[in-house]
Design a protein around this ligand. Sequence first.
Ligand code: EPZ
Length: 403
Amino acid sequence: MQKLAIQGGYRLSGEVKISGAKNAALPIMCASLLTADELHLSNLPDMQDVSTMMKLLEQMGVRIDKSVQATAFNAAVVDKLLAPYDMVKTMRAAILVLGPLLTRFGEARVSLPGGCAIGSRPVDLHIKGLIAMGAEIHIEHGYIHATAKRLHGAHICFDLISVTGTENLMMAAVLADGVTVLENAAREPEVVDLASCLIEMGAKIEGAGSDKITIVGVSKLHGANHAVMPDRIESGTFLVAAAATGGHITLTHARADILDSVLDKLREAGAKIDVTGDRISLEMTARPRAVNVRTAPYPAFPTDMQAQFMAMNTIAEGSAIVVETIFENRFMHVQELQRLGAQIEIEGNTAVIQGCDRLDGATVMATDLRASASLVIAGMMAQGETVVDRLLPFIDLTVSNTP
Ligand code: EPZ
């Protein structure tokens, strides 16, 4: 398992090209299962979950050809309607093959994802929606076994806003018989990017990006070319890293229009932000001010940016309150930040951070992707060396550090 040793006390400065969005790429790759034609995807991020998803699709029979311009996915021959435990346990997003397999092939066997570091994360809303569309579902030996002659349209109102729940049912509905309406649907930009790709493949979808999505089923989809949107969480993470270290950074191939809540909070902390086309520049010339954040579904403040802002608040001017409303166990990074000297009190889903003058390097443990990012940022702020242990191979922070 990788470790990262960070020499703190440097300002982050430079230019970085933003990758394609992980949370758009994963469902869009699963959409390749919906057609026998080729789906060409460009701007796929180079990261572990993406290669795991490729392996998952290949073991089902999907042919994947990589070229410089794009990666071609061909699901003409799919002879294994199975997502095995060994793959699903490393990547929960594997649940996103359930809808496409069931709606195109009438059967799917997908391992239940189980809990993860940030919460129990059940998939009951995915299953409930598919049953409403006429699926027969049995949980056998830890697997979801779903069958259906042909799914039919349904009116589904989500009890809770679920991103992958919305994506799974939207993909199931594009080949279903009739009209499906998803109410209280997720409005995340990644849902919109998936819908755009499906529409390019011939699907009939209206309302993606709003809380009511209407899908008129068609008999089959065709191939398409799609460029995955830029990653707004990777963008936000780099911007916070620069703000927290008093740096100056420019992101390219980024989108500011899907980052409003994050940019607003950075301005509140004292950052100077300029946006020109797909370039976002941030400069922080003073100690950040403490900012309160409350996570909620898009367009509110994203839970995937909570840990990074908490790290910045540990050395900010003043005290801040961070409220996590999406996942019940997403404060695992707090104990690790406290090891660096951070002053944080937790009460239920609320953390109170008292900004301190300095952090001191130490060895810390990463528990999940975003917690890892917050510990890397804290290590950059701390005096001396910080070692982040059990680091998931994810983003590369080699932008030049000027003293
Ligand atoms: C997606 O997870 C993202 N993952 C997560 O990013 C992100 O944190 C999350 O949305 C919220 O924005 C991908 O897109 C691959 P949810 P998802 O279903 O879809 C409860 C990262 O770091 N719920 O919107 O799994 C659930 O427990 C990851 O990139 C049910 O109760 O999240 C949670 O409390 C982490 N039953 C809430 O809803 C269900 O059937 C929202 O979860 C589904 C969800």
